[in-house]
Each structure stands twice: as structure tokens, then as C-alpha cells.
Design a protein around this ligand. Structure first.
Ligand code: G6P
Length: 610
């Protein structure tokens, strides 16, 4: 996601900012920008694409100034263009703002600011911050106070840095829900969204907490809460290596991304749940809701993990909306002669938004007049641009080749789409509210499951030398069985198959002996007793069993080799929880086999070829 870096001291700021931005590149971004104060005026340099392209753009200019801020943007509101890139500035070009996070009430604030005469040039939520700060400065407040007052009017999340040509001896920074640190130097100070941007300059770090704001000068800093209470901040000594830090302290991106899931799914649902109405609000589908609800059929098309998310989506849509739904591999869909037309809605699911088969299927479906919607992670990607409308999953950049957090975010978006359509059809207000409550409880439940990491690592040690694995689940957990098997295949190169548990007797049961581990998805739901029978069948053939069960289950413990206990939720949301232990199991097995977890052999993160 977006990155922030800033410098105030005695050196030229630009090389420091460029190096800091390069350190943040691993997070993924689509444009970059730098803002400085030169000869008493704010100056802004922006470029879409890579930081090196921004560097080329600035090269050759004599910029001596020792104060500047820099940003890498990963588009959320508005396409990745130079206008939408940060820093944003006010009309007089006297205030520059860079921002990570999402201002949820930006539309209301923007309207109010426009009617007070402020002129907007970008499509971003960030630009409201600039004008809001400006509106307080115009009333005579200092930069610090203006930022503080502005933030009191804002709903959502932010890590921000602000500079002004009127007070060119400081950077104002603040944080809520998006990280912001201050790096302490000698006659120089730094700010950044991530310690990795600063580690080659200083190891003395101050971590801002949510709701805190600080004024950073070259030789001092002071902090308050945004309700103006003074606070003493502690300076921490950071000892991590650069490599460790860029992975947030985790040994691999995949583990980092697994661990990020409480936060990434929060980002997927943020601002999209209408509690009072018991439904969802999806900005990207406004104007299309009735057409979707009136569709004769919904088709979901995708590849890989996104296809598995689509299978869960099918169960949700059919259970709650009554609209027939089918899921198809994009590669098959594009080459047969699918019978589709104007009454069909087709959802194209893709983390990267660039998968060639999914993109080609989209073009074909569009040609045939179906309503084509994208469910995509990467903003401004080809599938996002090519679709008529859609929903971004907002999982943040996913770097590990094996998809983890994008999957759970895709499931959240499916739940929101289902809620939106179902409430237009047969779902009651009360049931809508129950679903919302359950969706909101998921991040905390995932946190609980992530605490089982050590237990799962021990299980991985036991099974790392197995040559085959079987994953079995029913109903909503059948697609999770497929996804668990795929995760293991992708990164550990162990042969693994996912099956609907009841299908086991039609083939896979022939494979079961003492060398065949079976992973059962067995939460306490409507098919629990049936799953118990399947477990018995495997046990009778001496198969070894790992079972994912509900927290309060004590029956399965006695029947199997290992249990991994997870919290309960409603059936439609169970995959968001039950997939987490399977991601961790695959991860630990691969690590124990000494394999390259983040870049497994032969696989690519974004498959842009057929
Ligand atoms: C590749 C990746 C998978 C991903 C699939 C679909 O195979 O390795 O992790 O699930 O592509 O990618 P998409 O970006 O369209 O979701």
C-alpha cells in the first residue's frame, strides 16, 4: 500500500526521500511524488510508475532544500494518475499533504468545502485534508493547530505528513489506523510510514499511536493527542536488519500477509456496512444494484485462488438471493461457446486484475452484452478498467506468490455483494443485521486463530515428509478444502487434492493408508455428523487425521491425531476462518522443507499469458 517518507535537517532532502521511497517499493504502488519548499514556495514533483521514473524526472534540477516529504501511492480513490498522486496542495500552493489510509467521510467534506469556495483538482479522498487544513489556517491558526482541527472532522484512517511554506521549519505528522514513525537524527529528523525507509539513517525511532499528532523540527519534536493533550513519547532503538524490516519483521512475505488478515479484511469492509439498514453499500456498484438483483443468472469467472473464492461466492449468492449462480474457470469459459446475454451478470474475480484468461473472458462476455463486474485488488488494473463496474477488495499489495489475504478479502466482498442483493430481494432486515454483526466479528476471530501458529508449526513438523495429502470438506468448506490443497501444492510441492468429503468413497478412499494425511474441515455446522462418519471411514483405514474443528468441540479430539480449534461463525462466513490454519500449515511445511515460500518454482504472481 501507500508509503510515506519525510526529511528535515541540513542536507539536501531529495536523495534521502528517493532512497526512502525505494525502500518502500516492496509494498506495491502505482505512482510516486515528492514535495519540497524551495525559495519560500512549495514545489511538487510527481510521476506515475516507478520511483526511478520520478528520480529521472527530478534529475538535473538543483534542489538544495533540506525539507521535503515523499509518497508512493497505491490507488484507492481515483485512478493512478499524476493528478491523483501525492503530495496534494491547496490553491495557493502553500500547504502540501501526503496521506496513507482512507477518509471515509470525504464526500460530505468535499461537498461542504466546494460550497465554501475551495477548488478540487483530483479525485482523491486526500485532497479534502489539504483544503480542510487550509480552511483552519485561513482562520489564523498555526499549521499544527490547523491539522489538528482538520483531523477532528475526519472519519476513517490516516497516516499523514504536512508541510507549509508559511512555516518552513517543521513537518506535522499524525496517525490513526495507518502507521507513522519519527526517526531521530543529529540536527536532522525523519518521518516515515515504515521504519524500513529510515533504517539506513537512524535506529532511534518514535512510534506515533492512533490519535496522536506531532510537530517535527530539525532538532526537536513534540507530540499531543488530537484532542490537544500533551504527551511524552519514548525513543526506541531499532535493531532489525533492512531485509527483516521490509517484511515487517517476518521471515517471508507470505507469513506477513497471513498475519495481516485481521487488518486486510477490515480494510475490505471499511465504510461499506450500513448498520441501520442491515445492508451493504458498494460505491463501485451504485446504479447497477437493480440490474444485478434482476439478473436471471450470475456467473463467476476466475482462475486459481480467485476461482476458489468464487465457489464460496456461489454458495452465498444462491443461499441468500435465490438467483442461480455458477462458477467457471476463465480459461474454459473463454474458449467454449457460453450461452450468455443481457440478463446475466458476470463477476470477474482477480487479485492482480491482469490474469490473461480472466481478462479475455471479460472481453468475450462484454461482447455478448452481459453485465460485467470486476472484483479486483489492484486499482487501475486491466480487469478493473475493462469492467463496467465493480468492487475493489482493498487487501493491500500481495507479494507472496501464493495468495492468502486476497482470498479472505475476496470472501468479504462476496459477503457484501450477497448482502446488498439479498436485501433487495428476500433477506429480512434482522437477518441482514445478523450478517453484518458476524462480518464485523471476523477480524478478532482471525486474531485468535493466528495465535495457534506455534501449534500448527508443530503439526507441520510431523507431516513435512508426507508425499500426498487429502483435504476434505462439505458445503461452504468444500472450496476451502480445494484452497488448502492448492496452498500446499504451490509452495511445498507435495501432491495434494481437495475433495467434497462425501465423494471420498467414490475414489480417494482407495488411497488411504497410514501414510496418507487427511485434513478435515469439521466445524460444528449442519453437516457435522456426516463429516464425523467420513472421519470414521478414514480412521478405519489407518489414515492420519488433522481436523479443523469448532472451539467447543470435544468429540473429534478423541478420534483424530491433531485438532486445530477455531471460533464459530455463521456458515457463509466460515471459510474466512477455516482457511487460515490451512494457509499456516502449508507455509510451515514449505519452510521446514527449505523451499522458497515467496517465489515457488514455476509460478508467477500475475499470469499475463494464456
Ligand atoms: C496465479 C497465482 C495465484 C492466483 C492466480 C489467479 O496462478 O499464482 O495465486 O490465484 O494466478 O490470479 P488473479 O490475480 O487473477 O487472482
Amino acid at each position: 500500500m501507500c508509503g510515506i517518507v519525510g526529511y528535515i535537517g541540513e542536507k539536501k532532502c531529495v536523495p534521502i526521500l528517493i532512497e526512502g521511497l525505494k525502500r518502500l517499493e516492496y509494498r506495491g504502488y502505482d505512482s510516486a511524488g515528492i514535495g519540497t519548499i524551495e525559495d519560500g514556495e512549495c514545489k511538487v514533483y510527481k510521476k506515475t510508475g516507478k520511483v526511478s521514473q520520478l528520480e529521472d524526472k527530478i534529475n538535473g534540477r538543483e534542489i538544495k532544500t533540506p525539507l521535503g516529504i515523499g509518497h508512493t501511492r497505491w490507488a484507492t480513490h481515483g485512478a493512478p494518475t499524476e493528478t491523483n498522486a501525492h503530495p496534494h496542495f491547496n490553491g495557493k500552493n502553500s500547504i502540501l499533504v501526503i496521506h496513507n489510509g482512507i477518509i471515509e467521510n470525504y464526500a460530505t467534506l468535499r461537498k461542504a468545502l466546494i460550497s465554501s469556495g475551495f477548488n478540487f483538482i483530483s479525485e482523491t479522498d486526500t485532497e479534502v485534508l489539504v483544503h480542510l487544513i487550509d480552511s483552519f489556517k485561513k482562520k489564523g491558526f498555526s499549521l499544527f493547530e490547523s491539522v489538528r482541527y482538520a483531523l477532528n472532522e475526519v472519519e476513517g484512517t490516516y497516516g499523514i505528513a504536512v508541510i507549509s511554506s508559511d512555516e518552513p521549519d517543521k513537518i506535522i505528522v499524525a496517525k490513526k489506523g495507518s502507521p507513522l514513525v519519527i526517526g531521530i537524527g543529529d540536527e536532522e529528523n525523519f518521518i516515515a510510514s515504515d521504519v524500513s525507509a529510515l533504517i539506513s539513517y537512524t535506529s532511534q525511532i518514535v512510534y506515533l499511536e492512533d490519535g496522536e499528532i506531532a510537530e517535527v523540527k530539525k532538532d526537536s519534536f513534540c507530540a499531543k493527542t488530537i484532542s490537544a493533550v500533551d504527551i511524552e513519547k519514548e525513543i526506541h532503538e531499532v535493531t532489525m536488519s533492512l531485509d527483516e524490516i521490509s517484511k515487517g519483521g517476518y521471515p517471508h512475505f507470505m507469513l506477513k500477509e497471513i498475519m495481516e488478515q485481521p487488518e486486510s479484511i477490515r480494510n475490505s469492509m471499511r465504510g461499506r456496512l450500513l448498520h441501520k439498514e442491515g445492508t451493504a453499500k458498494l460505491g463501485g456498484l451504485v446504479g447497477f444494484e437493480d440490474r444485478i438483483a434482476d439478473s436471471k443468472r450470475i456467473i463467476i469467472t476466475a482462475c486459481g485462488t480467485s476461482w476458489h473464492a468464487g465457489l464460496v461466492g456461489e454458495y452465498m449468492i444462491e443461499q441468500f438471493t435465490g438467483i442461480p449462480c455458477e462458477v467457471e474457470y476463465a480459461s474454459e469459459f473463454r474458449y467454449r461457446n457460453p450461452i450468455i446475454g443481457k440478463d446475466d451478470t458476470i463477476l470477474f474475480i482477480s487479485q492482480s486484475g491482469e490474469t490473461a484468461d480472466t481478462l479475455a473472458a471479460l472481453k468475450e462476455a462484454k461482447r455478448r452484452g452481459a453485465l460485467c463486474l470486476g472484483v479486483v485488488n489492484v486499482v487501475g488494473s486491466s480487469i478493473a478498467r475493462e469492467s463496467e463496474a465493480g468492487v475493489y477488495i482493498h487487501a493491500g499489495p500481495e507479494i507472496g506468490v501464493a495468495s492468502t489475504k486476497a482470498f479472505t478479502s475476496q470472501l468479504i466482498v462476496f459477503a457484501l455483494i450477497t448482502l446488498l442483493i439479498a436485501r433487495k430481494k428476500q433477506l429480512s432486515h434482522v437477518d441482514g443485521k445478523t450478517i453484518i454483526k458476524e462480518i464485523e466479528s471476523l477480524p478478532e476471530k482471525i486474531e485468535k486463530i493466528l495465535k495457534l501458529n506455534d501449534h500448527i508449526e508443530k503439526i507441520a513438523e510431523e507431516f513435512k515428509d508426507s508425499l500426498n495429502f487429502l483435504y476434505l470438506g462439505r458445503g461452504y468448506n468444500f472450496p476451502v478444502a480445494l484452497e488448502g490443497a492448492l496452498k500446499l501444492k504451490e509452495i511445498s510441492y507435495i501432491h495434494a487434492e481437495g475433495y467434497p468429503a462425501a465423494e471420498m468413497k467414490h475414489g480417494p478412499i482407495a488411497l488411504i493408508d497410514k501414510n496418507m494425511p487427511c485434513v478435515f474441515l469439521a466445524p460444528s455446522d449442519s453437516v457435522y455428523e456426516k463429516i464425523i462418519s467420513n472421519i470414521e471411514e478414514v480412521k478405519a483405514r489407518k489414515g492420519r487425521i488433522i481436523a479443523i474443528t469448532s472451539e467447543n468441540d470435544d468429540k473429534i479430539d478423541k478420534m483424530v491425531d491433531y485438532t486445530i480449534k477455531i471460533p464459530d461463525t455463521i456458515r457463509m462466513l466460515m471459510p474466512v476462518l477455516s482457511v487460515i490454519p490451512l494457509q499456516l500449515l502449508a507455509y510451515h511445511i514449505a519452510v521446514k522443507k527449505g523451499l522458497n515460500v515467496d517465489q515457488p518454482r514455476n509460478l508467477a504472481k500475475s499470469v499475463t499469458v494464456e
